[in-house]
Ligand binder design. Sequence first.
Ligand code: ZN
Length: 680
Amino acid sequence: MNALLQTHLIDDQHLLAFPKFKNVDFAPAFEEAIRLARTRLDAVANDPAPPSFTNTIEAIEFHKEELDKISLIFFNLLGANTNDELQALAKEISPKLAEFANDLLLNPSIFARVKDVYERREQLGLDTERMQLVEKTFKAFRRNGALLSEGEKEKLREIDRQLARITQEFSDNVLKATNAYLLFVDDEACLKDVPKSTLEDAKKTATEKGRPDAWAFSLHGPSFGPFLQFCSREDLRRELWLAMMSKGMKEPHDNRDNAIQLASLRHRRAKLLGFESHAHFVLEERMAGSPQKVKQFMEDLLQQSRPAAERDFEELREAKKKHTGKNDLHPWDVALYTERLQREKFRLSDEELRPYFSLENVVNGVFEHARQLYGIVFRERKDIPVYHADVKAYEVTEESTGRFMAYFYADFFPRASKRGGAWMTNFLEQGTWEGKICRPHVSIVCNFTKPSSTQPSLLTHGEVKTLFHEFGHSLHSILSDCRYASIAGTNVYWDFVELPSQVMENWALEKEGLALFAKHYKTGAPIPFELIEKIRKASTFMAGWMGVRQLSFGFLDMAWHSQDPSDAQDIESFERSQMEKTLFFPPVAGTAMSTSFTHIFSGGYSAGYYSYKWAEVLDADAFEFFKEKGIFSKEVAESFRANVLSRGGSEHPMELYKKFRGREPDPRALLRRDGLISEK
Ligand SMILES: [Zn+2]
């Protein structure tokens, strides 16, 4: 047997045996794990006994446990501590994993058994979690075409092939159009407010292109964003903005037809699978449930936030008038005057705040939140094996009973072997392994400011929120009490998964929450109240405007995906007609959003853009409940734990939420938090 598998990954003290994992062991371990899984699937398919929950649904759930364990470890290391060998192996192994997963979903004998159990599910006396597993398993087959005839299946595969090809073309076009454009500026005076690092990059790019006398700005975020925020010349801002908004609108990187094709193919695919539209197909597995619900949700929010957005618009127009004497406002002005207003109003620098947020204090603070809210404690243990010297490991237990809850790893600082960003992940999911219910191994990985020789790691407030956010995801796993890993912890519907993380960020904006940890790293003095107030005000600045902007993208997404899009011949007029109620500026010919809207056309957000606002509503509404009873209310925290954090995806999220809140989420909670409405 393979060395990696032989360690059973976990030693007798329930610890992951990190030092024993060698790069060379992964490939044979994957092969062996896939072989074991295939053998078990064959046994399910050829089982002479009649299909039952245990011999079919549970057998499928458990058939690849070695593979699941190795995959988690492998892909976590690939992201947080990679090397050339792991990267080469990932390229080799990923298609094999995809093929293996697909073989299961295309196996007719197994599907026949799943369908049999599914059809009799009401008579089997299953509890909620088992019922959820039956439905989830059946849907996975059905959504992959298992109910279709052979001819229809071939059609589905053909659509999938076309979708894959056009999706790639769409994103290639956006990238090429982005790379094909540069704006050269030789007027130094108009760039005086642009941040130094952006200017240095712009100078470097221009010099490489043979224009050392100028600065070159591109359509990439780190160049485009600051330019629109800080360049004082309107004609140049307009030029860059026009280039940005006409991406994918003309040859040789024309995406107009690709957008229509993608939406049409998705529509045909959904129809073939028995759904009214692509949005119906997607939303079947979302908390929101249906396009009607999503549209109603967005309409409600829009109606309430449009007046605030109009006030923001007026404020921006006034600001421009004050600076230039001009009465008009254009889309290429928005970033500049937003930035100026923000500077005038809040004058808040990261450097002013950092001394109050030493990493050590913030980490202890977040643990203290978990103790006060959920009664769990974190104890650092230096004897727990880790995958890199920077990683700290903790044992998490319940304070009152001593019950073991999880191992928790924290990996905070950037290094060459780690990808950028911040995320939470599991090295072992909570759920059943080797026949018994196990506690999870949870990890958060960040890229925070490193300590220097003279001072400790000092975070920005943004980084503090990031830590609270990822910690919130961690709690979803640490407190999970489910039977099946595939529906435990954070394995929930996509528009529900950000509730535990985002709600946690709220404590990092509250006086009582900050009081637990925001102390000057040298003097120990608590953070001044005025600074907290400034942070809070800055966090809702232009909330109406930004909210309506997000909604406009949500409406556009639903327009493409909740109806037959084949009659949308002209992208510009289609967009106008679908987004009209959210727009503030007259149309600019030759520009559109859809042709470079990679989120929905090549990034997995199709019929899902609304979820940004949806998640905000959930967290605002949930936190309002805490605020009503006190933000450290045991009663509310216990209910949140019992109905949300411990339940994973073992029941429909809307049901879980209603059990916690007593009703469905209220969009007005978000508007109240953003200060857009005041009444209850
Ligand atoms: Zn998140």
